[in-house]
Design a protein around this ligand. Structure first.
Ligand SMILES: NC(=O)c1ccc[n+]([C@@H]2O[C@H](COP(=O)([O-])OP(=O)(O)OC[C@H]3O[C@@H](n4cnc5c(N)ncnc54)[C@H](OP(=O)(O)O)[C@@H]3O)[C@@H](O)[C@H]2O)c1
Length: 327
């Protein structure tokens, strides 16, 4: 019997598509079938460049096609919820780029559409599928650093342009939505809980979005997280996980390459722990196939996406009011 294969359609010609094109082609259970764009000339050119068989000159046309099973939603942030819901209502499963939504109400509407349609939907937080992330959590749960006390993280890069969806407030722009979402997500994953109180401060850029964000989150059991994100600082990422008996550091926590190591410091020793190799974006693609074809639960459940959105909104509220915000 022929093994089932999922036919994927890319919703837009976004730059990030290139990250999933290779893993889709490497996967035995997924194929890249089509791409849709607002512009017919753009989509034809794009399909030629990336050797994609089918094209659609509107998003609606791709959603209406019965020969597409899964949509990769790589639209700007403010369009994620709307088109994820439309895709599920059209009978498609959806892998949606981060952040999955810009409000908790939008996230709840996605969850309602998922339960009405029975379709699989997940946020494309690729780092969560990587063995390094899973190993870091296992080390913490296994007692490698004693009692968890703090998680510190950063993600910055230099935005060398004034024209970018990330700088437009109405499109869900700002460094916290774009990259601060990673250390926030990582901290919540390691803490295994949602923050109960947050405090944030931001540097507002000329377009009105946060060019830099500095935040603190308090979790139950006296666990704290601190992070920064920014568009006006050279590329930087790190995660430090601090406990009563030691510390773990990850130099490339969100975009691990093929030779990552976790460093484990205690008072007595410094050990480097090798991380199993895995291409960064293959995990999210295979996880969709596991959920759709084998009925597994997504590694990034909607409740997790909801927690991240709620934390970001509370942090932005805190930066606006100058007050801590309770969740
Ligand atoms: N997981 C990751 O590693 C990662 C990395 C980068 C970005 N992302 C996420 O992926 C998403 C896309 O980011 P990107 O940098 O790839 O974006 P991008 O290159 O600017 O592409 C966005 C696409 O959205 C479509 N679009 C529809 N309405 C639009 C509008 N009003 N203005 C601009 N574009 C519009 C356009 O495609 P058509 O013209 O073809 O319709 C455009 O190519 C974001 O949500 C971002 O957070 C994730």
């Amino acid at each position: 019997m022929k093994k089932p294969v999922l036919r994927w359609g890319l919703l837009s010609t976004a730059r990030i598509n290139r990250a999933v094109i290779k893993p889709l082609r490497a996967s035995k259970r997924n194929i890249l079938s089509a791409v849709a764009s607002r512009s017919s000339s753009k989509v034809e050119e794009y399909a030629k460049e990336w050797n994609i068989e089918r094209t659609f000159d509107s998003y609606e046309a791709m959603l209406a096609d019965p020969d597409i099973d899964v949509i990769y939603n790589s639209l700007p942030n403010h369009m994620h919820a709307e088109w994820t819901i439309k895709a599920m209502q059209a009978g498609k499963h959806v892998l949606c780029e981060k952040p999955m939504a810009l409000t908790v109400a939008e996230l709840d509407a996605i969850a309602a559409a998922a339960s009405q349609t029975g379709k699989v939907v997940a946020e494309a937080f690729m780092y969560r599928h990587h063995p390094q992330t899973i190993l870091a959590r296992e080390l913490v749960l296994g007692g490698a650093i004693g009692k968890l006390q703090a998680i510190r993280g950063s993600f910055t890069f230099m935005m060398n342009t004034d024209v970018n969806i990330r700088l437009v407030p109405e499109m869900g722009g700002g460094s916290i939505w774009d990259i601060g979402c990673y250390p926030i997500s990582f901290a919540r994953y390691i803490a295994g809980a949602e923050p109960v109180e947050v405090f944030g401060q931001q540097v507002t850029g000329p377009t009105g979005v946060d060019d830099s964000f500095f935040g603190q989150m308090r979790f139950p059991g006296e666990v704290y997280a601190q992070f920064d994100s920014g568009f006006r600082t050279p590329f930087r990422t790190h995660i430090e996980i601090v406990g009563s008996e030691g510390t773990l550091t990850l130099a490339a926590p969100f975009k691990p390459g093929l030779k990552e190591k976790i460093t484990h410091y205690t008072e007595a020793s410094t050990e480097t722990i090798p991380v199993p190799r895995q291409e960064l974006y293959i995990g999210e693609v295979e996880d969709m196939a596991d959920c759709i074809l084998l009925g597994k639960s997504p590694r990034m459940p909607l409740s997790d996406s909801r927690g991240n959105v709620a934390a970001i909104i509370a942090l932005l509220e805190s930066a606006k009011t100058g007050q801590p915000v309770q969740l």
